[in-house]
Design a protein around this ligand. Structure first.
Ligand code: SF4
Length: 763
């Protein structure tokens, strides 16, 4: 093994201090010297680091960072450097499987696809395509999502399509839509190169996006380091570097953000000209947050008033500010309301749309942005508004179909509702691609029982025999990154191309080809009787997608496979006006909120009730941003005598999601081989525990048994990483989601993984 650095021991590598232009450092790891390098980008988090895949004798043998790429300047983190080893894992799925007499047995592609088509047509004849649902991923490519969206929306006409992005980034989309009228991150990673202050809310960036954290570490080591405010209940790697670390009680993000805004407004650290010219709702917001004195915030959240004031001083006086938000907000109480308050902070200070200031409503997964853009989740392609008839007509013209087939009579079905429909028997075919809900959804006992229902036909498309695939009626072996060509978009709107480097194993096929095959066998047609889906290759699909985005916020029309293969990734919008992409949205203070253009007519932040077009029209902001807020609501479940502790769940630096890939890299697996429960020193003393002891952790929904890790967490709170399931250790109940609850945010419909009441018992 040749490597430029040991990323397991030294996660972020050596410092290259800077301000202004981040120096290049190329990270590389190879098993053997490659014959050739193939351009790609990493798909193990939403950062989208540019990388090349090293190939020898038709096999992936390593990776190196791309020095020219604007996202990472050559750097790669531990997952990026080691995760590719999963491609070569001997337990890849190589042939389709069909369940016969209770057992999954090998079958041909024709047998498997014919069976799916027969079941589809049978369901359609009995109850229309409303009996069919799709649950996809944040890890396929743009071309795969767009193909899936078109076959689902214009072929079948089912509203039941969502991604596991509902679990990780739907609050990002919801918060951006609420404030700015459409999805799309306003800033650029380059803002970090000069910013004066950084705010991380519920975002352990050091573990999640290690390369982006490296960029921040290098700024902190350089001249004029930015001030760092971190809001997180745990003493994470990120929190350890904070100038001010606010440690909130679980579920109190809204009080803290309300309190910070109140202090900033009271101190006059706002930009009245910007507020007047470019926003609506300031007086209501000011009134709302004025109820939140630092002392009241302290009483509810546990954050000392002095610390809140310290943070407000930094956030109120910095001339430039970058904010990032992730699951500590998105998967907790009042997710959208809290995330929107971060947007409000930037809006009232006028810190948006220019160099050094940006908001990153972060994505968790590498291609989550594309699930949303392409409409493979509860959105319509090109950030169109399901409530706007003209937007539906635009899609109908583009696809040459009758607009009535495109589901738009009610909001698209969100994932938690899709699973509920499957549970109640109104969805009878559930097609799961590139995700592992038997480990990642909340309340796993319930999920397993749904997957095993007699009247539910389950199709699973994956590269491995996951915990979910074990319950499938048909398993389709999928090619993964490195084995197929496609594009994807990271969290700062940078689009990368990932070229095919090697063939997939056995008969495994790209998801793109599987979806095309289904559309062909279902004989989906347009209005003129021609095949509905007109593309045969990923590049042809990309060209079709470009037309879908023309004139929309995510305009790709200036890109091509050739251009994306020239050097760095390119940010959208990229069109005639911005041929090299555009670093910042909303430079002119004009937002995507006008009634004809917006992606949503909005929601009540407390109840989630959707506004109608007429209601929106009455207060059409005509391009101004919304300042909206909400008051505090306590969590839906709180500790009591029976379950006296809070549980929160989260990630580890060495793993991604349910370890389907990272668990198959020896180095990553050895670095973090098992789940654990982290308890405070105080609780360890109370329960007589030391590191390594086994405890049973129980909630109202299930039990797990975990080894204990003592320290670096607040008393009364325990933490379990969510990565671990059963494929490599079927013996012990250890998945954190055995314990979590089926509750979700009113607006984004994102489940609440960050709080549950539990008890622990030494065994
Ligand atoms: S930061 Fe994310 S995208 Fe970059 S190498 Fe690490 S896992 Fe991959």
């Amino acid at each position: 093994m040749e490597q430029t650095r040991d990323s397991i021991k030294d996660i972020w590598g050596e410092r290259t201090p800077y301000e202004g232009h981040w120096p290049v450092r190329v990270d590389e790891l190879t098993e053997e010297a490659p014959d050739r390098w193939v351009q790609s980008a990493c798909v193990l988090c939403s950062n989208g680091c540019g990388m090349d895949i090293g190939v020898k004798d038709g096999r992936i043998v390593g990776v190196r960072g791309r020095a020219v790429d604007a996202v990472n300047h050559g750097r790669l983190g531990p997952k990026g450097l080691q995760g590719w080893m999963a491609n070569n894992s001997p337990d890849r799925l190589t042939r389709p499987l069909i369940r016969r007499n209770g057992k999954l047995e090998e079958a041909s592609w024709d047998e498997a696809m014919d069976l799916i088509v027969r079941r589809s047509n049978d369901i359609i004849s009995k109850k229309t395509s409303l009996g069919i649902g799709f649950y996809t991923s944040g890890q396929l490519f743009l071309e795969e999502y767009y193909t899936l969206a078109v076959l689902g929306k214009a072929g079948l006409g089912t509203p039941h399509m969502d991604g596991n992005t509902r679990l990780c980034t739907d609050t990002a989309a919801a918060a951006l839509k609420v404030s700015f009228g459409s999805d799309g991150q306003p800033g650029s990673y380059t803002d970090l190169d000069t910013t004066e202050a950084i705010l991380h809310v519920g975002h352990n960036i050091a573990s999640q996006q290690t390369v982006l954290w490296t960029r921040i570490l290098d700024r902190l080591a350089g001249e004029n380091p930015p001030k760092l405010v971190v809001i997180d209940p745990r003493e994470t790697f990120t929190a350890m570097k904070a100038t001010v670390h606010l440690v909130p009680r679980v579920g109190t993000n809204v009080p803290i953000m309300n309190g910070l805004l109140n202090l900033i407004i009271q101190a006059g650290h706002i930009n009245p000209d910007y507020i007047d010219a470019h926003t609506v709702g300031f007086e209501e917001l000011k009134q709302l947050v004025s109820q939140w004195s630092p002392e009241r915030v302290e009483a509810i959240s546990g954050v000392p008033a002095t610390k809140l004031r310290e943070a407000a001083r930094i956030l109120g006086t910095a001339k430039t500010l970058v904010s990032t938000i992730l699951q500590g907000v998105y998967q907790s109480m009042q997710a959208t309301a809290a995330a929107v308050q971060v947007n409000n902070l930037h809006l009232i200070r006028g810190l948006i749309g220019h160099t050094g200031s940006g908001i990153y409503q972060m994505n968790g997964q590498p291609t989550a942005q594309n699930t949303r853009e392409c409409g493979a989740d509860g959105d319509l392609p090109g950030f169109r508004n399901w409530g706007n008839p003209e937007h539906i007509e635009q899609l109908a013209r583009l696809w040459n179909v009758d607009s009535n087939i495109i589901p738009h009579w009610s909001p698209p079905t969100h994932a938690m509702q899709i699973w509920r429909y499957a549970e109640k028997g109104s969805i009878n075919l559930l097609w799961i691609s590139g995700t592992n809900p038997a480990v990642s959804l909340p309340q796993l006992e319930r999920v397993r029982s749904i997957l095993q229902q007699e009247n539910l036909f389950v199709v699973v498309q994956d590269a491995f025999m996951t915990e979910t695939a074990q319950y499938a009626d048909v398993v389709l072996p999928a090619a993964i990154w490195g084995e197929k060509t496609g594009t994807f978009t990271n969290v700062d709107r940078t689009v990368h191309i990932s070229h095919k480097a090697v063939d997939p194993p056995g008969e495994a096929k790209p998801d793109f080809e599987i979806f095309l095959d289904y559309a062909r066998r279902m004989d989906f047609r347009d209005k003129d009787g021609a095949p509905l889906i007109k593309w045969k290759t990923p590049e042809e699909c990309f060209e079709a997608w470009k037309e879908c985005t023309r004139g929309r916020p995510c305009d790709y029309t200036g890109m091509s496979y050739a251009k994306l293969s020239e050097g760095s990734g390119i940010q959208w919008p990229c069109n005639e006006q911005y041929p090299d992409g555009k670093p910042h949205l909303y430079e002119d203070g004009v937002f995507n909120t006008s009634i004809d253009y917006c992606e949503t007519y909005g929601h009540d932040l407390v109840t989630g009730a959707a506004a109608t077009k007429e209601e929106y029209k009455a207060k059409d902001p005509k391009g101004k941003a919304f300042l909206k807020g909400a008051d505090y609501e306590p969590p839906h479940e709180e500790p009591d005598e029976e379950f006296p502790l809070w549980l929160t769940t989260g990630r580890l630096v060495y793993h991604f999601h349910t370890r389907t890939k990272t668990g198959r890299s020896r180095q990553l697996n050895e670095a973090a081989p098992d789940a654990f429960v982290q308890v405070s020193d105080e609780d360890a003393a109370r329960y007589g525990l030391k590191t390594g002891d086994l405890v049973e952790v129980a909630s109202r929904r299930g039990k797990v048994v975990e080894p204990v890790l003592v320290g670096d967490i607040e008393p009364g709170l325990v933490f379990i990483p969510f990565h671990y399931g059963y494929w490599d250790d079927p013996g012990r109940k250890r998945a954190a989601n055995e314990l979590t609850l089926t509750e979700w945010d009113a607006v984004s419909k994102q489940p609440h993984y960050k709080y549950a009441a539990v008890r622990i018992r030494k065994i």
